[in-house]
Design a protein. Structure first.
Lengths: 270, 263
């Protein structure tokens, strides 16, 4: 009985700073400035400007997620076949950039991509024409893939390392070739990791305003930029909250996917 | 012979792929490190080796203030999160399945939710509670997203501890507090420490939540970098980046490769 009291401070903290704040977003999102109930904040997602931002965000974040998956799965497979264990330094190398300051990682790409940046500098020493790399959707995708790749590698690697070698050997003894082992054994068994990797890349990519701001310039607006501006510049909190509610639908879908495919938390980072 | 050849080619392709990804991950960071020692302000020309950007960095009071704020917030928020989180983990561990999964569900919210939503929601709450945005609100926000990392680090260690040792200590006359600190705590200490370091790193790294909860007139390194980036990057930012990268590297090497106590 005594022990349960220890959760008191935690409960109070979580109610005060997690649950009430979330309730406030719902409240602001569903009311107008005078406090009367309205759906107009949420429905404003269908206005041309907001819908465009949402579709662009969805498109760019989906594409980045797919690219991360395509890059990360072979990487995790190689780490597995090489028998590099959890404590291995090689694995550490691939996880380390995840902990590097997020803004500095994005800043690095700005340095490389800018008009008078490093890549264009190299191009001009080679007497090649300069490229307009920055402020394009491509630059944003690059920034997303770069920033979030480790979040895809880690859960997939964790799950792949848990697969018993005997399962793979048994499939081979029964005549399966490498492709069949991959499709019928490894892929199905690594779904928890894949799903958790997908959500760990997709959610931050969908909601980012930093990457689009630094690498996309002011012309490319993602839904994250729209919301951020409502809170810092436009100060229409009701509209910002309403749009956040729309975003939360996608976050909830991700959570539901995790709950369905990764019941034991196998793919979690910790 | 043919088999050995294909195995060799396979290994070569694999190595090549690993190297390619390492280059992709580290080339931008390495570029910034090189530029931090570049005497010329240009990003494309090497003007000779210099450490003047580091001198500039350390003599800038805004950057040093931001560094101090960042470290102070990281340290205090991790410490408070460790105390609240460890206590909560002990309580949750002794609960029945239903309240336990309910609490773990709440714990997962800040980890799974998008940072922008967490940041906005906290900002709305601070204003609703009448707490003016500043140092205090950044601290509260950081404690909030740090607690789950502590709980998730301590829980596995708690599950490994043997209940009977605690009970034995009680039978031998220890009070529950001294039984906890003499028997249970040494067992879960590695989890508590890794929770602290994890929380510390998360706090150092956070930008989005701080951005919404900081108010005017106060900066952490992240928010300072953000405002600098929009004004055009100064080479001292590259120096800062190099220092932060090395710090993170050392911190993570310690947490990952420090000799672990064997059971």
């Amino acid at each position: 009985m005594n022990k349960k009291l220890l959760s008191g401070p935690y409960l109070m903290w979580m109610i005060g700073f997690i649950l009430i704040p979330l309730a406030l977003i719902v409240f602001y999102g569903l009311t107008d400035k005078s406090g009367a109930f309205t759906l107009s904040n949420v429905l404003s997602i269908s206005t041309e400007e907001h819908a465009k931002a949402l579709w662009l965000s969805l498109g760019l974040s989906l594409l980045s997620t797919v690219l991360c998956l395509l890059l990360a799965y072979p990487l995790a497979m190689i780490l597995r076949t090489r028998g590099m264990g959890q404590g291995s330094f090689i694995v550490f190398i691939f996880i380390l950039p995840m902990w590097m300051n997020f803004l500095l990682r994005t800043l690095a790409w700005q340095t490389l991509l800018e008009k008078n940046g490093v890549i264009n500098g190299i191009l001009s020493t080679l007497h090649l024409p300069n490229q307009g790399l920055i402020n394009t959707p491509g630059a944003i995708i690059l920034g997303m893939v770069y920033n979030f790749l480790p979040f895809m590698v880690l859960p997939i690697y964790n799950v792949l390392m848990k697969i018993d070698d005997n399962v793979v050997n048994a499939a081979r003894d029964l005549g399966a070739n490498s492709l069949q082992v991959l499709i019928r054994i490894l892929l199905p068994l690594s779904i928890p990791g894949i799903v958790s990797g997908i959500t760990m890349v997709f959610v931050p990519a969908l909601t980012t305003f930093v990457i689009s701001n630094i690498l996309g310039g002011s012309k490319i607006l993602l839904i994250g930029n729209v919301i951020e501006q409502e809170f810092t510049k436009g100060s229409n909190w009701n509209l910002g909250s309403g749009l956040s509610l729309v975003l939360m639908i996608f976050i909830l879908i991700s959570m539901a996917l995790i709950a369905k495919y990764d019941k034991n938390g196998e793919g979690t980072v910790l | 012979m043919i088999n050995r050849k294909t195995a060799f080619i396979k290994r070569f392709i694999q190595d090549f792929y690993l190297v390619l990804i390492v280059v992709f991950l580290y080339a931008p960071i390495a570029t910034m490190t090189v530029l931090s020692f570049n005497n010329s302000k240009s990003r494309t020309q090497w003007g000779g080796f210099t450490t003047k950007w580091y001198t500039e960095l350390f003599s800038s009071s805004t950057i040093m203030d931001a560094l101090y704020t960042t470290l102070l917030i990281a340290f205090v928020s991790s410490l408070i999160a460790v105390i609240i989180g460890t206590a909560a983990a002990i309580a949750i561990n002794s609960m029945k399945p239903f309240p336990r999964s309910l609490l773990m569900g709440i714990t997962n919210i800040p980890m799974l939710n998008a940072d922008i939503v967490t940041g906005i929601s906290l900002m709305l709450a601070f204003i609703a509670f009448g707490i003016s945005l500043g140092f205090k609100t950044i601290l509260i926000a950081h404690i909030t997203f740090n607690i789950p990392y502590v709980i998730l680090s301590v829980m596995p260690k708690l599950k490994q501890t043997d209940k009977s040792t605690y009970e034995a200590a009680m039978d031998l006359g220890a009070t529950s507090v001294s039984a906890f600190f003499k028997v249970v705590f040494p067992d879960i200490l590695p989890g508590v420490l890794s929770g602290f370091l994890l929380a510390f790193t998360m706090s150092l790294d956070d930008f989005i939540i701080t951005h919404f909860t900081k108010g005017a007139g106060i900066n952490t390194l992240s928010t300072l970098i953000y405002s600098e980036v929009r004004r055009g990057i100064k080479p001292s930012m590259y120096a800062l980046s190099t220092i932060i990268f090395l710090t993170v590297l050392v911190l993570l090497l310690i947490t990952n490769f420090a000799p672990k106590r064997k059971k």
